[in-house]
Ligand binder design. Structure first.
Ligand code: ATP
Ligand code: LTN
Length: 330
């Protein structure tokens, strides 16, 4: 069975973007692939997090993974820092990555361009840790949203370079970006990604949001003055985003939705999208509440970390032998 690995970095509450672009796909894949999914808590702290809030976000993220359908019997679910090999291989990967490569990473460049202050070294070297996260497990595929594709491509470059230098060690993974829903945009600023860390709560639907608030956010989504429901991402990015959300969740093609909405207004489309999103969130939230009150999370994470560690440990030992940092092992 082929293997997949992915992660989410819960720097805040998980969003509809995380669900459509990532989580939902993990759930679909878990029947056909050996699936490893972790909560990237080491990535979270590349930007300061309030410790109490972070603890809650991490627990919520695990509960939401399961509430969205990840099954601990089928998928290995764990917390990144419970498997220490991530940090150790991350350092080794940083020693095999060039500054020029990190300087080209769009996510970091965007932050630099905004003149954000207090950017940390951890944020800069984040792609090296992400490469380690992936390469420890030799996955065939890494399912991610559009914004993470560049990091997976860098991971491939690092793996190939390492294999050439030290002989075959890592499988070179493929990024897997789904066609629909790879980039859900903010509801009130459809030119920017729906994002949990931008502080734009009105444009962002959180999976644990009150459903009335969700409906309100969708009904107030920014659209345009064209007045026709059609597929025109460039001139009608808000409508395109609503069609994308609808299509990703309902499975109906954007063309078919547009056909049904010939001669109808934006308000009606928004109401239908709100119904679909709220229907989906209602199910997720009710399962989330059961999971949180069941106290099952600790055991799931313990089992997951044991299974992940078994693989990561062997891979790190191999890497350390190959690069010559151990004295008595060949
Ligand atoms: P941040 O907002 O802090 O940058 P994020 O919401 O992008 O974070 P990540 O942990 O970086 O969250 O992403 C987890 C996964 O969810 C990644 O595969 C990412 O590509 C996907 N994802 C995140 N936001 C969206 C979005 N708006 N549309 C589609 N996929 C998304
Ligand atoms: N950087 C990713 C989260 C992440 C990840 C990974 C995704 C950390 N390590 C390994 C896939 C594989 C993000 O989504 N921000």
């Amino acid at each position: 069975m082929k293997r997949m690995l992915s992660a989410i970095k819960p720097t805040g509450q998980l969003t509809l973007g995380n669900y459509i672009g990532a989580l939902r796909n993990f759930v679909k894949y878990q029947d056909d692939y050996e699936m490893y999914v972790f909560v990237a808590n080491l990535h979270c702290i590349t930007v300061y997090q309030d410790p109490k809030q972070l603890r809650k976000n991490l627990k919520d993220a695990v509960a939401l993974y399961i509430a969205c359908g990840l099954d601990p019997e089928k998928s290995v679910i764990f917390l990144q820092s419970d498997v220490m090999e991530h940090a150790q291989l991350g350092y080794i990967m940083a020693c095999n990555t060039y500054l020029g490569e990190l300087n080209r990473m769009t996510q970091f460049k965007d932050k630099m361009a905004k003149n954000e202050t207090g950017l940390t070294a951890g944020l800069y070297t984040y792609p090296c840790l992400m490469a380690a996260d992936i390469l420890l497990y030799d996955p065939d595929y890494v399912p991610v949203g559009d914004d993470q594709k560049q990091h997976v491509e860098l991971t491939r470059d690092i793996a190939e370079r390492f294999n050439n230098r030290y002989s075959e060690t890592f499988k070179v993974p493929e990024p897997l970006v789904s066609k629909v829903g790879k980039r859900i945009m903010s509801l009130n600023d459809p030119l920017h990604k729906m994002s949990k860390s931008e502080g734009n709560d009105k444009g962002c639907v959180y999976l644990l949001d009150d459903l009335k608030a969700v409906r309100k956010k969708i009904m107030s989504a920014v659209t345009d003055s064209v007045g026709i429901i059609q597929i025109d991402q460039e001139n009608q990015p808000g409508i395109y985003n609503l069609l994308e959300i609808h299509s990703a969740l309902s499975g109906e093609s954007k063309e078919s939705i547009c056909n049904r909405y010939q001669g109808k207004g934006y308000g009606e489309l928004k109401a239908e999208v709100a119904d679909i999103v709220c229907g989906e969130l209602e199910k997720i939230q009710s399962r989330y509440n059961e999971i949180i009150s069941s106290g099952m999370i600790d055991k799931i994470l313990e089992d997951g970390a044991n299974k992940a560690h078994y693989i990561a440990y062997k891979k790190l030992a191999k890497v350390q032998r190959k690069i010559g940092i151990e004295i008595n092992k060949k």
